[in-house]
Ligand binder design. Structure first.
Ligand SMILES: Nc1ncnc2c1ncn2[C@@H]1O[C@H](COP(=O)(O)OP(=O)(O)OP(=O)(O)O)[C@@H](O)[C@H]1O
Ligand SMILES: [Mg+2]
Length: 336
């Protein structure tokens, strides 16, 4: 299969002014040229095949958006090689734009005061989309989302969810080879998130569009991504199938216990932490529930259960596989 995207040892550094505190510091900043270097992306190598949906994950400030900006040609890397659809994006910005679509979750790329359909017509002209392809695409969209009420509404009057949906539809309109979605579901309600995930999945399946998705919402990952790449402080931590990740964490369980409210004290939680931290168990609480993430290679669920029972009375319990959320959190905090 052909590659959509290839990154070889991509690094991006930003020079930022080293700010000093206080009045003296501000005055000094006015005259000094005291810069420091921030390495936003640090020697990242990556190959993404045509038609893949890749979740590009990492905590805040990890370097995700910077990588996307390099892939879309907005930024030039400090060093390394990059190819998107066989071309170097920052060198061939125009031809790169024809073959990609981009959505940045919080910013709309649509014409604010125009009804959506007018924006679509402008895009049709800009990208020189043929009538037949354009009409087919609208029919295709109408088969997945409720398009008609959106088309005649000025973007300015849309809700955040409608606008995001419109932005995504617009980004796929010219049948790009690759679409970059930077936090497409941020701030949306559960129903709209699910709409948008269905839409992305349907387009990917029908058109074999490559999709690079950054998100902090593990629901997006569960619904869409077979493969994930995790980056932190600019460095790549993980690149593999979700299935592989689930296998690595296959011995993990989340045990949730509802404790009698009078016993849910700080002392109780501290005693659990002291008892179970040697086994690498992490503990969180919500209302009267205690959740313990257990690695069964180190201690059995039954032993944890009886250990808890010695100090508190259990009113209810749930045993689940470890969630994607929990897995990713562990990789952020402990690595893999
Ligand atoms: N134009 C810029 N000038 C200076 N520093 C920048 C610039 N853009 C990004 N950075 C820095 O690079 C690092 C990575 O930022 P980036 O926006 O890529 O993170 P991110 O993974 O997208 O985070 P988030 O999840 O919060 O969106 C951060 O330390 C950020 O402050
Ligand atoms: Mg970002």
């Amino acid at each position: 299969m052909e590659n959509s995207i290839v990154l070889k040892n991509i690094t991006k550094e930003f020079k930022v002014l080293n700010r000093h505190e206080g009045l003296k510091g501000s005055i000094r900043d006015l005259f000094s040229r005291d810069y420091k270097t921030v390495t936003a992306v640090d020697n990242v190598s990556l190959e993404i095949k045509k038609g893949e949906i890749v979740g590009y994950l990492g905590p805040n400030g990890a370097g995700k958006s910077t990588t996307i900006k390099i892939m879309t040609g907005i930024l030039k890397p400090t060093s390394g090689e990059i190819m998107v659809n066989g071309k170097t994006p920052w060198e061939d910005r125009t031809s790169n734009c024809e073959k990609i679509g981009v959505v940045f979750g919080q910013r709309s790329q649509l014409w604010w005061s125009l009804p959506l359909v007018e924006s679509f017509k402008l895009l049709k002209d800009i990208y020189m989309i043929e009538d037949k392809n354009y009409n087919d695409m609208l029919d295709f969209y109408a088969s997945i989302v409720d398009l008609e009420p959106l088309l005649h509404k000025p973007v300015r009057q849309m809700s955040l969810g409608q606008r995001t949906l419109s932005d995504i539809l617009a980004s796929f309109l010219h049948s790009p080879e690759v679409v970059f979605l930077d936090e497409p579901t941020i701030g949306l309600d559960v129903a709209m998130k699910s709409n948008i995930r269905d839409l992305i999945a349907a387009i990917n399946e029908q058109k074999n569009t490559t999709v690079i998705l950054t998100t902090h919402d593990m629901g997006d990952v569960d619904a869409l991504c077979k493969r994930i790449v995790i980056i932190d402080k600019g460095k790549m931590l993980y690149d593999n199938d979700m299935e592989h990740l689930k296998k690595v964490f296959g011995s993990y369980r989340t045990l949730s216990l509802r404790i009698r409210s009078s016993q849910m004290t700080d002392d109780f939680i501290t005693s659990l932490e002291e008892r179970f931290s040697p086994y690498g168990i992490s503990i969180s609480t919500e209302n009267n529930w205690v959740s313990l993430v257990i690695n069964e290679d180190r201690i059995k669920v039954m032993d944890v259960l009886s250990g808890v029972q010695e100090n508190g009375s259990i009113k209810d319990m749930k045993l689940e596989e470890i969630s994607t959320e929990e897995v990713i959190k562990r990789i952020y905090t402990e690595g893999i």
